[in-house]
Design a protein around this ligand. Structure first.
Ligand SMILES: CCCCC/C=C\C/C=C\CCCCCCCC(=O)SCCNC(=O)CCNC(=O)[C@H](O)C(C)(C)COP(=O)(O)OP(=O)(O)OC[C@H]1O[C@@H](n2cnc3c(N)ncnc32)[C@H](O)[C@@H]1OP(=O)(O)O
Ligand SMILES: CCCCCCCC/C=C\CCCCCCCC(=O)OC[C@@H](O)COP(=O)(O)O
Length: 276
């Protein structure tokens, strides 16, 4: 066949494909920018409310922040089906661990955030404009993930504050966002913290977002996220020697629930689940 014909025929198929890709990519990035802009705007509105109500940096601001963030789901067509909220009804502090898929997780976090609960976040979040300010006002604890020794000493101080100030602490044990449709191995900070403070761990699992949010496919439409708050895991009597087992047990339990909530067949990965 003539080379020109081949070129024309390829173009006939390629051009609509490229246009579709550009427009879906454009839609995806536009929606992400819109999400970030809404976060920046809502944070800028919430900050004076926090300052006027509570005066400065305090976990009590989380009530205001969560109420404001809960409105975001209506703009993005995201809904939550929550089970197990009664498992949050415990007296005193605890460590809450959950899977972390994307920046959209802030909606899922605030949907169920219990009272007097702060999160552990990477220190870079402090510099995210008004979002950084609102996290500061809400009492978020910042860590430098590149300096394990600094992170450890901050977490040791957090263990004390949990007891003295009756705080719950929310940690993403994967340590980073992960939209792969599986859980990453868990870092150990959350488990050390629970043991140091001698408090229970409450695992929370969110179903996979990939059916409506997928960066690889430029997909960001609306959808429903299933959320399950699991019964507390007691840590009393456990020692440093039990950290690896505890981490692995929590990872396995959460992974099974993650696959069930995401309507995916459970795949045993057959490896150690702890981050090395
Ligand atoms: C109004 C509109 C608002 C709009 C915005 C909406 C909301 C904003 C408002 C508030 C919400 C904010 C929510 C923010 C969420 C942000 C989420 C994140 O930033 S996730 C990233 C940060 N978090 C984490 O990284 C936590 C998980 N990581 C860990 O726990 C890590 O363990 C670590 C403590 C950071 C250390 O990292 P490392 O890579 O070194 O981890 P290892 O687990 O491999 O540990 C190495 C080694 O150290 C031992 N270890 C770990 N921790 C401790 C400890 N605390 N004490 C003692 N020893 C410790 C561990 O056992 C390993 O040793 P060994 O191998 O011998 O066992
Ligand atoms: C004047 C300065 C302007 C700064 C502009 C900042 C732009 C960002 C604005 C809004 C972003 C909204 C983000 C909501 C909070 C998201 C928290 C979050 O999900 O952080 C990711 C972190 O868990 C893990 O990070 P990595 O996956 O390791 O990476």
């Amino acid at each position: 066949m003539d080379l020109w014909w081949l070129l024309w025929i390829s173009l006939l198929f390629l051009v609509p494909f490229i246009l579709m890709e550009i427009s879906s990519g454009f839609k995806f990035h536009f929606k992400l920018v819109y999400y970030c802009a809404m976060c920046l705007l809502l944070s800028a509105l919430a900050a004076p409310m926090c300052l006027l109500t509570n005066g400065g940096r305090t976990v009590n601001n989380m009530r205001i922040i969560s109420r404001v963030v809960r409105t975001l789901k209506y703009f993005f067509g995201v809904r939550f089906e929550v089970k197990g909220l009664e498992n949050f009804q415990i007296d005193g502090p605890c460590v809450i661990i959950s899977n972390h898929q994307s920046i959209l997780d802030m909606m899922g976090l605030m949907e169920i955030l219990p009272d007097r609960c702060v999160q552990i976040a990477k220190k870079e979040l402090m510099y995210a404009g008004s979002v950084g300010l609102i996290t500061y006002l809400g009492g978020v604890i910042y860590i430098n993930r590149k300096r394990t020794s600094d992170a450890k000493s901050i977490m040791a101080a957090v263990a004390q504050a949990m007891i003295s100030d009756n705080l719950k602490v929310w940690i993403y044990p994967e340590g980073t966002r992960n939209n792969s449709g599986d859980l990453l191995p868990f870092k150990k900070g959350a488990f050390h913290l629970a043991l140091q403070a001698q408090v229970p761990i409450i695992p929370v699992v969110y179903s996979s977002l990939t059916s409506f949010y997928n960066q690889k496919k430029n997909l960001f439409t609306g959808g429903t996220v299933k959320v399950e708050i699991l019964p507390k895991i007691d840590t009393s009597g456990l020692t440093e020697n039990d950290i690896t087992d505890l981490t692995e047990r929590c990872h396995q339990t959460m992974r099974q629930v993650f696959f069930r909530l995401s309507n995916k067949p459970y795949e045993s990965n057959g490896q150690s689940n702890c981050a090395q």
